[in-house]
Design a protein around this ligand. Structure first.
Ligand SMILES: C[S@@+](CC[C@H](N)C(=O)[O-])C[C@H]1O[C@@H](n2cnc3c(N)ncnc32)[C@H](O)[C@@H]1O
Length: 351
């Protein structure tokens, strides 16, 4: 019986069962994808240059022939999920698996593998405990590891590298649109990329607008040993303590890592840094609710990221109204949202 007393048919109940199982087993999709990347399957198909059969794939993977059936089964699932297509002569790449090619500049493999890093996954095992325990841990990640994620990045170099490579691979996607952002960088001579990681987005901005001078500010262990060049400098420091002044301060995928209170602190620091130059703050983040009605996958992805931010750090995704409140509280007077492709929007915020 439903809550309203209407009896459900067996088909409907079996549909509900399939729905539960799909969500309960979703990790299989993530793990199979990460395994295909680990085995280099997209690159092998790419190098093959024509549709590949299972025996040819197994031989190119240098796997024992008795693994053929196992490879067929993961290829069948990945094909169903849109990562490959099966033609008469064998498997070919799709737009999604082309984005996983390690030989290409736009390569999201490090991102997809980072999402199933054992250090991250440990947070999910304790999420229920984190909810019920009345303790100080700011996130389930902290409950699992005894320290916030940024501290673990500092002490675990493997995890730090996986994180930074994952973020840099995501930033590469901006290559597709950065040259169309001329009006955002018009009149900007100096830019500080706050929490800019290993500087990928600054490098892309400089490729498109070479007259700019960029400084990447991030934690010392992230920027240590990053090669500098004429227009690109790296600064190790804590963005909550000091942000150097510039015409524009950029926070790309930074606000969503932090609570409202911390965002206001960061925005105030950003405002201080641009006020003398009559500059602006540029934010690149997801805006909840900015998608059109038919973009169900994008909405789901944003909601997933919102929970990810809660579990891994102390942040959240925000609606336009929620951003607006932060801007006003930090002393800004107006802002402009430029929706860009995919999941995020650029927000220009003016003092
Ligand atoms: C989600 S990553 C975004 C990286 C980069 N902006 C991008 O879009 O790929 C957040 C960055 O904030 C940096 N970060 C965290 N706490 C920081 C702090 N107190 N001061 C400076 N950077 C910090 C992290 O090291 C990390 O590189």
């Amino acid at each position: 019986m439903e809550g309203n007393g209407k009896p459900e048919g067996a088909m409907e109940i079996f549909g509900a069962q399939a729905h539960i199982y799909k969500h309960a087993c979703n990790y299989v999709n993530s793990m199979v994808l990460a395994t295909a990347i680990q085995l280099n399957i997209p690159d092998i198909i790419h190098t093959h240059g024509k549709p590949i059969t299972i025996p040819n794939l197994v031989s190119a993977l240098k796997l024992p022939p008795h693994k053929s059936n196992a490879i067929f089964r993961i290829m069948r699932l990945l094909t169903h999920n849109g990562f490959f297509e099966e033609e008469e002569e064998g498997y070919v790449l799709t737009a999604s698996s082309r984005l996983l090619l390690k030989s290409e500049i736009q390569n999201l493999s490090p991102y997809a593998r980072f999402m199933v890093d054992p250090v991250l996954l440990a947070s999910w095992q304790v999420l229920g405990d984190w909810f019920s325990r009345n303790e100080e841990s700011s996130s389930a990640f902290e409950t699992a590891h005894g320290a916030p994620m940024w501290e673990i990045c500092n002490t675990n170099s493997l995890f730090n590298n996986a994180f930074n490579e994952g973020m840099a691979s995501d930033s590469q996607m901006m290559r597709l649109i950065v040259k169309d952002c001329g009006q955002v960088f018009e009149g900007v001579s100096t830019l500080v990329d706050v929490g800019g990681g290993t500087g990928m987005i600054s490098k892309l901005i400089l490729e498109a607008f070479p007259r700019l001078k960029c400084t990447v500010l991030d934690l010392p262990h992230v920027v240590a040993k990053q090669p500098e060049c004429q227009n690109l400098g790296f600064l190790g420091g804590d963005m909550f303590h000091s942000i150097p002044s510039a015409d524009a301060i950029m926070f790309r995928h930074v606000m969503h890592n932090w609570s409202d209170e911390d965002c206001v602190k960061l925005l105030k620091k950003g405002r201080e840094a641009i006020i003398a130059n009559k500059g602006k703050v540029i934010i690149d983040d997801m805006v909840l609710g900015a998608e059109k009605g038919n973009e169900r996958d994008i909405t789901e992805m944003k909601l997933i990221f919102d929970v990810l931010m809660m579990v891994l750090v102390t942040g959240r995704e925000r609606t336009e109204k929620e951003f607006e409140r932060l801007f006003i509280e930090s002393g800004f007077t107006h802002y402009k949202i430029i929706p860009i492709f995919g999941l995020t929007s650029l927000i220009e915020v003016f003092p």
